[in-house]
Every structure is written in structure tokens, then in C-alpha cells.
Design a protein around this ligand. Structure first.
Ligand SMILES: [Zn+2]
Length: 543
């Protein structure tokens, strides 16, 4: 995600027979206490006239060991009219933020059940009804981090990914876009159109979205169609008609960005990619296969770093999802870094370095984040996770890991991490294990010092020229208040007829190194490629 600076009538739809049964769904992560949701099928009707909301969500779930006689979903507000299990009405209890459904003797461990929930009300959040900048109505979901629960009953946590099908009845002159593949678009009469989208892979609940409004749709390109029609990924934009040209300018490089990450990381994970102008509160939100951009971002029509960032999330965040919120850097750090890597390899290396330098400055200028580790389970308010640790420091962790392992092992690790965890969830230790395997190096110290401890190194180097031995003597001190880091420290020396570089391993608070050189250097630069997160300074003769 990228921060930034009328109303519907829903009518109850018949539950039975509308939603496709999930075929061949691999069970995802087993949840405590008792269930693993395999799929949601969400049926609703939208009208621009008023704000009554009626819907039906069918939840297909697998019952795990230890199941009690009830199952609990997240659902905030709204009124539940009835709940059915296996087609029959069951008892339920609606709390302020939950829906508890009695299963009685209906379920045994290993069973797959379908729970149908019929409900209505006005969602206080999550599914936003409003008017756009041009005064026209539209409806857009905006779930991150846990706001799906305001409009459909769910296990609203990234560890329980599931498939989703949306069956949306909306005015026939609206376009409806949602997660997954378009299965049906049918005008039903009375000015109503049924649009059905369904995913073929489990996605995080926070990325399950639909958008419905007067939008113009334009094809931007496609990935892989000429090689393999089964892998053909259409890339489209869905924007307010007034902003069509500016959107095409903003999204101009989207096909190139998709193709780059596809070749760098592994196959694009989804059926299609829609780039959607929406009422999201964020500048961009990486909803799986349907990225939502803020209205203003699209109206400005330039600056595609946000586009690269959100597209990178399709691989990391969406396809490989952080199992716990405290590991959010696996999503935001990856998207932030990979956006810079796109420019590095696509004609704007200077921008890539600027993005990294800017990330370092903004991290260093965030004392509250610096004082906390990246993997931080303390924030009770998930919005506080949108911080310089998960984004900027997370990006730097990947940058430093790449410098440490070299491009070949780093890319092999990223590819294997994606291949192993695609459509699943992962924790930092999963990434560490794979990086250790591909590099043959033990990396506990690296992941520990950069992710599990607060702060960063502050390195001061003093240099002296020993004329007798012809060596440059280096005293390296880590002056930070946090424990010493283990660092590769690169220096570059310029002297008469030579420019040389050397990397010294720094461990401990104070260390001394000697560097034989052909002659006294005129100039010595420290960390010349900016490979260390934190200030690194050098003092000494003629500096
Ligand atoms: Zn992001």
C-alpha cells in the first residue's frame, strides 16, 4: 500500500445454487481454534439510490481438529437476518464485532461446511459508498488492514487466505470490477446487470475487493499471451471517464513493470491485472489482481513509483502473504525495494539510488520507529504498522542482503521464496531459511540485528597513514547506543595513479584494520555505494 497525503440498495439474493462450489481448493493455513476458510461467495446488489445494504455471503470452510460446537467470524455492525449451515437454519449470536454460529453436531474435524449468512445494514466502513470528484456515485471496497469485517463475515486476518467470488447486481451502465477472473456479465432487465468475478487462487481477505461505478475501461497490454494463451494476463485500467487520458499516462509503464517482475521473481500470480481509480483512503492499495489507486493519484497522472510499488505487491503481500501482522515488512519492504529495482534495470538507475537514499533519510528521521525493531508485535493499532520500519528499513534490509549475498544468490533466494510460498503465507524465518540455503551461509546474525533489534549502526572511521609500512591504518568505532553490528565496510582510496576499493568486516564496537596501498591516498571515501543503513563518517589527514 501507498499512503497519501448514492447509495446502494442491496437485496437478498437466493443463496442456493448461485455460488460455485470451490473445486480442488488446497487447504490453507489451519487456524486456531477450529476452521480454515476455503472460499467466500459474496452476493450483493448495488443501487445509487439509498444506503440500505443487503447481502448474502456463503463461507466454505474446513473444520479442523479441536472444533467446538460453534464457529466465530469477524463481522462489525450490520444486522444478521439468518444463518444456514448445509442449507438449514441454525442458531447464531451477533455481537458488536463478531458472528458466532452454532454448529451443533453438524461438523466433525475434516468436514467441509458451507455457512450462508444473510444480513443487511449500512456498513460503517470497508465498503464505501460515495460520490467521486465529479459528483457521480460509486461503491468501492477498501479493506486494509481489517475492514473487510465491516461488510462481510470473515476470518479477517492475513493468515487465513481464501478464494473469493463476487456476484454483483448493479446498474447496467456501471462497470463492476473485482478480484479474480470475469466469469459473467449479463443484463437482467430493469436496468440491472449481474457481474461475476471469481479468483482461482486464495488471496488475503484484506485484498478481496469490488469497485462499481461509471468507469471507462481501457486495455493497456497483456503479459505472455503470445507465448502461452493459458498464461495470458490482460492488463487494463478502470477509471472515471474524465481521467482516462491522465490514467493512461500514469499507467503507461504498467505492462513493462509486470513483465519485469514476472521475469525477475516468477510468474505473475493472478488471472488478470486491473488498475482501478477508486475512493481508497490510500494512495494505492495492492488488492490482488485489482489494484485500487486514490482518485487524486490518478488525476495527477504522473509519478509511476506508486504503480511499480503496488504491482510488486502482487507477488509479495498478495501471493506470498505475511502470516502475522508483525511481519508486514515481508510485504511493504519488498514492494518498496522492488520498485527501486525496477528503475535500476529499466533506464533510471539514478532514480533507484535516489529512492534508496530517500528511504534511508526518512527512516533516520523517524525516531519512534528507530527505537522499535522491524518485527514488532506491540502496536495494537494496525495503522501504526504503516511506518518507516516496515517500508523504508524493510527495503534497506533487502538491499543489504543483496549486497551481502551477491545478485545471483539474492535473486535465486527471492525466486525460491516466491515459488515455495506462492498462494500461501510466510514469516521472516521462512525467508531466512531459503536465503541460507541458496547462499550456503548462516544468516541468523543478519536477520537478528536488522529485524529483531531496534536501531541502526553509526560508524565513525579515523584514518592514519603509516608512511614507514605504506599502510592506511583504520580505527572503526560504532558509536550508537545499540549493540555493535556486524558489517561489511567498503572504502575507496584515490592516490597517485590508483583508485582502489576494499571491504573490511567490522565486528564489535571498536576495531582496527590495515590497508597496504601503493602510496599515501589523496582521498578516502567510506561506504561509497551507500550500502549501510545509518550514518558512516570518516575523519583523518586531509579529509
Ligand atoms: Zn505497499
Amino acid at each position: 500500500m501507498w499512503e497519501r497525503s448514492a447509495a446502494p440498495v442491496m437485496s437478498i439474493l437466493v443463496a442456493g445454487g448461485l455460488c460455485a462450489a470451490p473445486a480442488g481448493v488446497a487447504p490453507g493455513v489451519v487456524l486456531e481454534p477450529a476452521v480454515d476458510v476455503l472460499s467466500y461467495c459474496i452476493s450483493l446488489q448495488l443501487s445509487p439510490k439509498d444506503r440500505v445494504f443487503r447481502a448474502n455471503t456463503e463461507i466454505t470452510l474446513q473444520v479442523s481438529e479441536g472444533v467446538e460446537e460453534h464457529v466465530s467470524f469477524d463481522l462489525v455492525g450490520l444486522t444478521v437476518d439468518s444463518v444456514q449451515v448445509a442449507g438449514g437454519n441454525v442458531t447464531f449470536r451477533k455481537g458488536a464485532t463478531s458472528l458466532e454460529v452454532e454448529l451443533g453436531r453438524l461438523a466433525a474435524p475434516g468436514d467441509t461446511l458451507v455457512v450462508g449468512v444473510f444480513y443487511h445494514g449500512t456498513p460503517a466502513d470497508g465498503l464505501i459508498f460515495g460520490r467521486n470528484a465529479y459528483g457521480r456515485p460509486g461503491v468501492f471496497a477498501d479493506n486494509w488492514p481489517d475492514r473487510a469485517r465491516y461488510w462481510f463475515p470473515s476470518i479477517d486476518h492475513p493468515r487465513d487466505k481464501a478464494m473469493v467470488e463476487f456476484r454483483v447486481r448493479a446498474p447496467a451502465d456501471w462497470e463492476v470490477v473485482a478480484s479474480g477472473r470475469l466469469l459473467k456479465e449479463e443484463v437482467l432487465g430493469s436496468g440491472v446487470k449481474l457481474t461475476v468475478w471469481a479468483t482461482e487462487h486464495p488471496i488475503p481477505v484484506y485484498t478481496m475487493v469490488l469497485g462499481a461505478a461509471d468507469m471507462s475501461v481501457r486495455e493497456l497490454g497483456a503479459l505472455g499471451c503470445e507465448v502461452d494463451s493459458d498464461r495470458c494476463v490482460p492488463i487494463t485500467q478502470w477509471v472515471y471517464p474524465e481521467d482516462e487520458e491522465r490514467a493512461s499516462e500514469l499507467f503507461r509503464r504498467a505492462p513493462e513493470i509486470v513483465a519485469f517482475f514476472d521475469s525477475l521473481i516468477g510468474p505473475f500470480p493472478y488471472e488478470k491485472l486491473a488498475l482501478v481509480q477508486s475512493s481508497t483512503r490510500y494512495g494505492g492499495m495492492e488488492n490482488a489482481s485489482a489494484i485500487f489507486f486514490g482518485e487524486g493519484v490518478v488525476r495527477r497522472g504522473r509519478g509511476d513509483v506508486v504503480v511499480a510499488h503496488e504491482i510488486a505487491h502482487q507477488w509479495f503481500g498478495d501471493a506470498v502473504t505475511e502470516r502475522e501482522w508483525s511481519h508486514l515488512w515481508l510485504s511493504e519492504g519488498f514492494a518498496t525495494y522492488l520498485a527501486a529495482v525496477f528503475y535500476e534495470f529499466h533506464g533510471d538507475e539514478a532514480l533507484a539510488w535516489r529512492l534508496l537514499a530517500r528511504a534511508e533519510s526518512s527512516y533516520l528521521a523517524s525516531p519512534q520507529d528507530v527505537a522499535r525493531p522491524v518485527i514488532d508485535s506491540t502496536p495494537a493499532n494496525l495503522m501504526k504498522l504503516l511506518n518507516a520500519n516496515n517500508y523504508q528499513k524493510g527495503a534497506w534490509v533487502l538491499h543489504m542482503l543483496r549486497e551481502l549475498l551477491g545478485d545471483e544468490a539474492f535473486v535465486a533466494g527471492i525466486r525460491r521464496y516466491y515459488a515455495e510460498y506462492r498462494h500461501g503465507t510466510a514469516l521472516t524465518e521462512d525467508l531466512q531459511r531459503i536465503m541460507e540455503e541458496v547462499s550456503g551461509r548462516e544468516l541468523d546474525w543478519f536477520f537478528d540485528q536488522w529485524l529483531r533489534r531496534p536501531g541502526h549502526p553509526q560508524v565513525a572511521v579515523r584514518r592514519f597513514w603509516d608512511a614507514e609500512d605504506g599502510t592506511l591504518e583504520l580505527d572503526v568505532t560504532q558509536v550508537q547506543s545499540w549493540p555493535a553490528y556486524r558489517l561489511p565496510l567498503t572504502l575507496e582510496a584515490d592516490g597517485a595513479g590508483y583508485t582502489l576499493r576494499r571491504t573490511f568486516w567490522v565486528e564489535g564496537s571498536d576495531s582496527r584494520h590495515a590497508w597496504p596501498l601503493p602510496a599515501e591516498p589523496r582521498r578516502v571515501r567510506v561506504d561509497p555505494d551507500n550500502e549501510i543503513l545509518g550514518p558512516v563518517t570518516i575523519v583523518g589527514a586531509s579529509d
